[in-house]
Design a protein around this ligand. Structure first.
Ligand SMILES: [Zn+2]
Length: 127
């Protein structure tokens, strides 16, 4: 079931708290509130996205991002999500939506050679 109601402040606070292990995490409540506001601007209803975003940040950042950086990181993450069109757990394309196959072509007048081609993966309707 998909919840579409707005997330509670406590949900954001929990995620902001996960950043507190990073150096440069702001100790001032006002600054923490700005981080929370940034998360709310990023998504008002998608707790999963916020959670994955913070997981990414904790895994890949050595210092706590500013609210502006958080919004940037979220934008890049959304973009990646949109460009990945295959099923993320697909064993053939691993989420890229394309599979590379090799075949031998023999154009007239040339020696046969092997070439690679990308085709649409079955997980997004190709065959
Ligand atoms: Zn696939």
């Amino acid at each position: 079931m998909k919840k579409s109601k707005l997330l509670a402040d406590t949900t954001y606070d929990g995620e902001v708290e996960r950043l507190s292990g990073l150096p440069k995490f702001p100790m001032l409540p006002a600054a923490q509130k700005e981080l929370r506001n940034a998360l709310r601007r990023i998504s008002e209803s998608d707790a999963d996205f916020i959670h994955r975003l913070i997981s990414d940040v904790v895994d890949t950042h050595s210092i706590c991002p500013t609210p502006a950086e958080l919004i940037q990181i979220a934008g890049a993450k959304r973009h990646r999500k949109q460009t990945s069109v295959g099923r993320p757990d697909c064993p053939y394309c691993e989420g890229s939506g394309f599979v590379i196959s090799y075949r031998t072509v023999a154009p007239e007048g040339f020696a046969p050679y092997e070439t690679s081609c990308a085709s649409v993966c079955t997980c997004r309707g190709g065959r």
